[in-house]
Design a protein around this ligand. Sequence first.
Ligand code: ADP
Ligand code: SF4
Length: 683
Amino acid sequence: MSRDPKYDILFEPVKIGPVTAPNRFYQVPHCNVLGHGRPRAEAENRRIKAEGGWGVICTQEVEIHPSSEITPTFEGRIWDDRDIPQHRLMTDAVHEYGSLAGIELAYNGSHAPNLYSRIAPMSPSNTVVHGSHPIQARAMNKSDIANVRRWHVQAARRARQAGYDIVYVYAGHDMSLLQHFFKPQYNQRSDEYGGSLENRVRLAKEILTDIKEAVGDHCAVAFRFATDELLGTDGLRAESEGRDIVGLLAEIPDLWDVNVSGWDNDSATTRFQPNEGYQEPYTAFVKTLTSKPVVGVGRFTSADAMVSQIRRGVLDLIGAARPSIADPFLPRKIDEGRIEDIRECIGCNICVAQDNMAAPIRCTQNPTQGEEWKQGWHPEKIDAAVSDEPVLVIGAGPAGLEASLQLANRGYSVTLAEASTGLGGRVSRECELPGMSSYARVRDYRENQIRQKSEIEIYLGNELSVQDVIDIGIAHVLVATGSHWRRDGSGRQHPFPLPGHDSVALLTPDDVLAGAEINGRVLIYDDDHYYMGSTIAERCRARGNEVSLVTPESKVSIWTEYTLEQERIQAKLLALGVEIIVSHKLLEIADGKVTIANSYSDHHQQQLDFETLIMVTSRSPHDDLYHALTEHEDRFKTLRAIGDCNAPGTIAAAVYDGHSAARYLESDQDIYAPLFAREIPGI
Ligand code: ADP
Ligand code: SF4
């Protein structure tokens, strides 16, 4: 197949200062926590995107000096010349495919607690350090300002030596010193760097100019700028100071990389920001104020939406972080007329959560993400089958679908048996919850791929018994039968079943998703802390029930702090009129009432009434079939439980497990051996 001519515009080269991007697909700087701790993994992660057709591929934040470092996470580091060879790995990898390599030089100021260097962080004025660290940043004096300028220039020179084509100056996400200079909340200086907007912009202007002078003959200088903080008059707004800053710096950078701040706005999840191109209202003005090319993001996965951005003069380059993570081959697929093969980002922010946990990147849709070097996994290539023996996959949830697809890609004949009448397992049910519709893409991508494969036969409405599996007689069996929510209340807070759980007809999320009748006043007990409790609360409220949500944690859906959703979830539930009771555990369940008490003590006991009680605590693997099959192990060459049937977890974990089972089928790889490559510091 070949490219649809309507997408030709996406493949036009774009001149950026002294360099030229081969096309308009631009992977903006995004973190992956491979970074300076895992430079080979970092290089391979970015190399694959170049192979997949991205015209520009950038690093993550790169610390330029130990006085601004973000331990415990591993992002980039270019503190001195010794860091250059690591970066050379990445630039060589990117250049192999004719793409440009960009580096985001970062000085985080009061965003960086400096837990490793232990140097007091610096900020325009004395202020607290980001997060709950009991540390403050000191106000910068004139020599600090001179140092920060010098450190930027030194880092830019090293970046050029390392082979980068684009060097960034960073003022976004509320994570950067230069953005902090813009904001009166951080900048109460009375010298020429504070007060008027011109003064607050001075340091950014100086650093842009310094870097242009130092490396501008070879490298383009990009400015990453958050035009709006979505805080109304409490922050920078695109209609006022955001616009004025673009006006003041308009022609200085060679490229404007624009977005919204903070990170939760920039990387909004689909639950709260379902629209592709959602940043357009805040960034479209930039092109009217500069003749320089503009790149922007907005979870772009559709080629038509991308073309529309260019044709309407909103952007010159289509920026992407998450769409490039979910499908590193997105540009190539458009180029080759394979739009249907694009693995679209679902906007779940599991990738972001990994970063927030200081762990290497993973992705719900793309299980190879972060595994490119570590396990040698390529998103589009997989080893051929070892034999022509068929494989039986039981269960067509995320794990079973991914395993079947990858086995077929290897050339195995796959029999996929599914008890229900449709594919997708939990995603087909969970995507019906408020804000979760994009999760259906996990099913849809795989279903679409599987339907094109003659190697897979699907049997819907087939709940297999042990005897069925024996009768089928296939020697390689993957059991992907999922999990179910526990009814007895046990989980994180309660290691044992809750007293009285069997005395009432309570519901679990499985019942709710199966359409159980929900009457009157609903009480949800959420000891799971991800999205299930809060989405069920939303749904019940939308259907007119009075809803109380009780959680032993101090916030609703506390794990979603990692996915940048927590504040939005709590605010939404409050706006919907859900009664929220935090820091309380369930002590006892009786007919029509529960007893709760403070999580930190058994004090403040109170009773709450309910007509419907929904327990969102933990899940049990649906593994009876698997265990029964192990009694007949000698009949099978492979018998493995995968996904939630093995260990209930995220959808990302189930997809990964299915993928891994397919990759390693019939290999003699011991999955408990350290099968992956490790970057061990040379001693
Ligand atoms: P995972 O997230 O691990 O993929 P899911 O719960 O999403 O797990 O999917 C499990 C799927 O397995 C469900 O669609 C369920 O209907 C199916 N299933 C469960 N038991 C059987 C069985 N005995 N035979 C066939 N399919 C089954
Ligand atoms: Fe998109 Fe989720 Fe993958 Fe991140 S983890 S790239 S949000 S699908």
